[in-house]
Write a protein that binds this ligand. Structure first.
Ligand SMILES: C[S@@+](CC[C@H](N)C(=O)[O-])C[C@H]1O[C@@H](n2cnc3c(N)ncnc32)[C@H](O)[C@@H]1O
Length: 244
């Protein structure tokens, strides 16, 4: 059977299997370091695009109370449940919780999923509205100089558990004038027990940003950018050479 669906619909069924090699523990340790560096050792965190709740539950285990907002109902239904972590379906462009948090987090390219100016501006505004005075907005994003230097290319990923073996082909289409890469995913899911093979397709449009764009977004929404560094390593943001 072949299905074509909207972003994080069919894909979410295999999300945790696809990313079982992703080191959520190391990532969450890194995020905690950033929070602690800015005096947030406990308290309430709002997570934009919380996915299946991996970071949220790990942060809850560190003593934070985390609430996630996730657009995909399917991802929400697959979300981990653990003490200290809650989540709800919602759009981070429009969410209004009427509560303040010590920090807003947005992890694993969630900001880059906002490809339209209006949407990314809305996300910054929603983050600002949900923060206490002096609160922190921590997010990662596709960085334009790195995208140009590394050049998106076709990638194949294979993951297996006891029930399913999946092969994901990622084919990027670069829209240079729009700072956007449409990643065309084809996923072949092989049910090891029944032998059935399901084929799914999804297109994930991803936007990349330069630091001046991020600074402009900050200025427009009342944020001050207090740092930018390489994810996980903490190295200064580089200026990768563009390969011709
Ligand atoms: C690559 S996943 C990351 C999920 C999770 N943060 C993680 O690290 O596993 C991107 C997530 O962002 C969510 N997302 C993208 N745009 C969104 C929006 N406007 N509102 C809420 N969630 C959104 C998607 O549904 C998806 O679950």
């Amino acid at each position: 059977m072949k299905t074509t669906s909207s972003v994080f619909n069919a894909y979410s069924r295999y999300y945790d299997l696809l990313y079982q090699d992703k080191d959520y523990v190391a990532e969450t340790d890194y995020i905690q370091t950033l929070l602690v560096r800015h005096g947030i050792t406990h308290g309430n965190l709002l997570e934009f695009g919380s996915g299946t709740g991996k970071h949220g539950c790990l942060l809850a285990g560190m003593g934070y109370r985390v609430h996630g907002i996730e657009r995909s109902a399917d991802m929400v239904s697959r979300s981990m449940s653990c003490e200290g972590f809650t989540c709800e379906q919602g759009d981070i462009c429009t969410v209004q919780l009427h509560r303040s948090f010590d920090a807003v987090l947005s992890l694993f390219h969630v900001v880059s999923y906002q490809t339209r100016n209006d949407d990314v501006l809305a996300v910054f505004n929603r983050a600002a509205e949900h923060l206490t005075v002096g609160g922190l907005f921590v997010f990662d994003f596709w960085y334009s100089p790195a995208v140009y230097a590394q050049r998106p290319e076709v990638r194949v990923k294979r993951m297996t558990n006891e029930n399913t073996s999946i092969t994901r082909i990622a084919e990027p289409v670069v829209w240079q004038k729009e700072n956007r890469v449409d990643v065309h995913y084809t996923i072949y899911a092989h049910d090891i027990v029944s032998g059935a093979i399901e084929v799914m397709e999804e297109i994930h449009p991803m936007r990349h940003f330069s630091l001046p764009e991020i600074d402009l977004l900050c200025q427009m929404t009342g944020f001050e950018r207090i740092g930018a560094e390489e994810f996980l390593t903490g190295k200064p943001v580089g200026d990768p050479a563009i390969v011709n």
